[in-house]
Structure formats: C-alpha cells, structure tokens
Design a protein around this ligand. Structure first.
Ligand code: KG4
Ligand code: ZN
Length: 357
C-alpha cells in the first residue's frame, strides 16, 4: 500500500488542531487556540475550551484540507485524540471525528494523545521523515503531563518509566508565574524573565532526589525516575514573602531564573539517568515546555555528555496539534492495526500504554 493519507484531530485541551500527513510527510498543520479566552482566569477553563473547539472546528478543518490540497474523500483514515485530556474538550473532537468517519465512510482511529506527542518526531516537511531508533525514550513535558517513556514501538509498545507525582512541569511554570505576577501562560513569561536573572541567586529544592526516594541503580527507590514540582512553587512563594515582609522589592528575575534552573536541572538529570539505566540511546523531547530555552540547552548538553542522541521537533509540533495525531494514525494504518469502533468514549485518564482505543 502507498503511504496512507491521514487526517488528525486534536481537541484535548485549549488547541483545536487539524493536521494532515501522508505517512511521515507533513501536508498541513492548522491550529486555532482559545488561550486568549482563558488568560483572565489564569488557567484553562474546560467549558470555555469545549465551546471554542466547537466554533473553531469547521474553519480549521477547511483550512487544513485547503493547505494540503485534498478533500475528505481522498483520506484513507481519520485519527482523533481519544484521551487523556479534558473530557468535554475531547468529546467535541471525538464526536466530530465520528461524524466525519461515518459520513465519508472512513475508518476511525481513536488514539492516545501522549503517544501522538512522540509520533510527531517522525514527521518531516518535505520528503520522508526519519524512522524511530530501536532504543528510544521520550520525555514529555507540558501543562498536563511530565513523563519519561520507553518507546519500543509507536503502535504497540510504550512503557512509562517515570512521571510527576503531583504538578506537571508546565503547571509549575504557570503557578509560579502567577505568584510572581508574570501572567498566563507562565512558561514563556518565566523563560523571558529568567534571562535577566541569576540562576544561582536562590537554591530551590530538586524534588524526589533524596536517597530514600531514589535508591541506587542496583536497588532503585520507588521514585528514582519520578518528579515532584509542587514544593517548588511554595519555596518560591516563601522566598518572595521574605522580601515583601522587609519592604524590599521582590527580585522577580532572580527568582524566575532560580526556579527555572531547579525545574530544568531535575528534569534533565532524571531523564538522562532513566535513559542510561534502561539502555536507551535516543531521546525525543515533546510537549509545550519543550519550547523552553534553558531546557533545550541543558538537555542537549547532558545528552551529549551521556552519548544520547537527542531529537527536538520544531516548536509548533511540540505544542498540541493535529499533525501529531495524524502521524500516529498513519503509523497505525501502516501497521495494519484494527480501526476503532464508532462507540468509543472520550477517556480523560487514558493510560500511556493504551495507544489505540
Ligand atoms: O503541550 P502544551 O501546549 O499543552 C498541554 O498539553 O498542556 O503545553 C502548555 C504548557 C504551559 O504550561 C506553558 O506554560 C508551557 O507549556 N510552556 C513553557 C514555555 N512555553 C510554553 N514552559 C516553559 N518555557 C517555555 N518557553
Ligand atoms: Zn499535549
């Protein structure tokens, strides 16, 4: 069979993403974001996100088809995020995908959003993308997830090696930015403020790095490959309060830089160690926090030192989008996976090892 032409639909959070790929070749990636509507609340409001998906869906689909120069009847399959994500938001994309699949007589693939973040690393603009290396790991860092995964096969072998036990990395950025008065979304704001500050001004905690949590390579502790970020925002808040109590200006740039260094240090150290201890020599970085300048820099440095081959997709493919869903759909079609039933539900807590519903 020729490379499958797949339409991908993503509505798990605040981005309405429609992407089209042929195999690993990217043909269209249209994203409409409802971010502006959430700013005054300081975070994504699920009901607003769901309504925005409804409004954005048809125009975004039209744009993607036009950009790719195809019509719905041309596609071989429709892939859609079935979970994890916000239930109401997922339902909009899933219902739309089912409607299109039924109306156009196309097979439906309800896929895992986290695995799609990994699959996007295969995609390239012009010709064929690169195949997945045999010993690959993926570090996913976004507003909703922070995970390190072993990727045996995108279609049937994903294993969770470690994850955050509380806040996601992006959530830590968003919460900390809010308490420093830097606005939403916090990631880009802290990234920018940190450039003017000293990352060594404050020594903030690196969560779950004590020996009792980590153990040793021979006898790993329960949280050896896990992260915790919830204590960090409290530490930043306490530090800021001490300045306020003395009537001194809060050193926002130093706090931002020191916070960022704590997040990025522990993220990269644990990811690289998980790769080493599982014999994984390639690492893919994905998720919105992958846009962070210091994370990209330090991870590249530490991967180079450890002999790990790092792939970082372009930023528009790191944040939520439909092309990643289409990319995973194309892998599933090529592998001969059975299509999903039109009855599948949205699953807000779909586990990462469940690739296809
Ligand atoms: O993957 P994404 O677009 O949506 C989710 O699935 O969550 O990630 C959004 C998250 C937000 O928490 C945002 O603050 C963070 O990514 N982010 C950043 C940067 N740009 C976006 N975090 C740190 N540095 C950045 N430059
Ligand atoms: Zn995501």
């Amino acid at each position: 069979m020729n490379e499958p032409l797949v339409l991908g639909i993503e509505t798990s959070c605040d981005e309405t993403g429609i992407g089209i790929v042929r195999g690993t070749q990217l043909l269209a990636n249209e994203v409409a974001s409802s971010m502006d509507e959430h700013i005054r609340f300081g975070g994504v409001i699920p009901e607003i996100a769901a309504r925005a998906h409804l409004e954005a869906f048809t125009p975004t689909l039209r744009k993607a088809l036009d950009t790719a120069g195809v019509e719905l009847r041309d596609v071989d399959a429709i892939a859609v995020t079935a979970g994890p994500g916000l239930a109401g938001a997922l339902m909009v994309g899933l219902s739309a995908a089912k409607g299109l699949a039924l109306a156009a007589g196309k097979p439906l693939y309800g896929v895992n959003h986290l695995v799609a973040h990994v699959a996007v690393a295969l995609v390239e603009d012009d010709d064929d993308g690169s195949p997945l290396a045999p010993s690959t790991a993926a570090l996913l860092v976004s507003g909703g997830h922070t995970e390190i995964l072993r990727v045996g096969s995108l279609t049937d072998d994903m294993e969770l090696l470690g994850s955050t036990i509380d806040d996601a990395a992006g959530e830590a950025y968003d919460k900390t930015a809010r308490l420093l008065g830097l606005g939403y979304p916090g990631g880009p704001a802290i990234d920018a403020a940190a450039r003017q500050g000293d990352p060594r001004a404050f020594r903030f905690p690196r969560g779950l790095t004590m020996p009792k949590f980590e153990g040793t390579a021979q006898s790993p502790g329960k949280h050896r490959h896990n992260w915790s970020f919830s204590g960090l925002k409290t530490a930043v808040a306490r530090a800021a309060e001490q300045f306020e109590a003395q009537g001194l200006p809060v050193p926002v740039a130093d706090l931002a830089a020191s916070f960022q260094e704590a997040v990025v240090d522990v993220l990269t150290a644990k990811a690289v160690r998980a790769c080493r201890e599982h014999g994984l020599t390639s690492l893919l970085l994905g998720g919105g926090v992958a846009a962070n300048s210091r994370l990209r820099e330090l991870l590249a440095e530490r991967c180079a030192d450890a002999g790990i081959d790092l792939t970082v997709p372009p930023i528009p493919l790191c944040t939520d989008n439909g092309a990643m869903v289409a990319a995973l759909g194309a892998q599933l079609v090529s592998a001969g996976a059975q299509a999903s039933s039109l009855e599948i539900p949205a699953d807000s807590s779909l586990p990462v090892d469940q690739i296809l519903r």
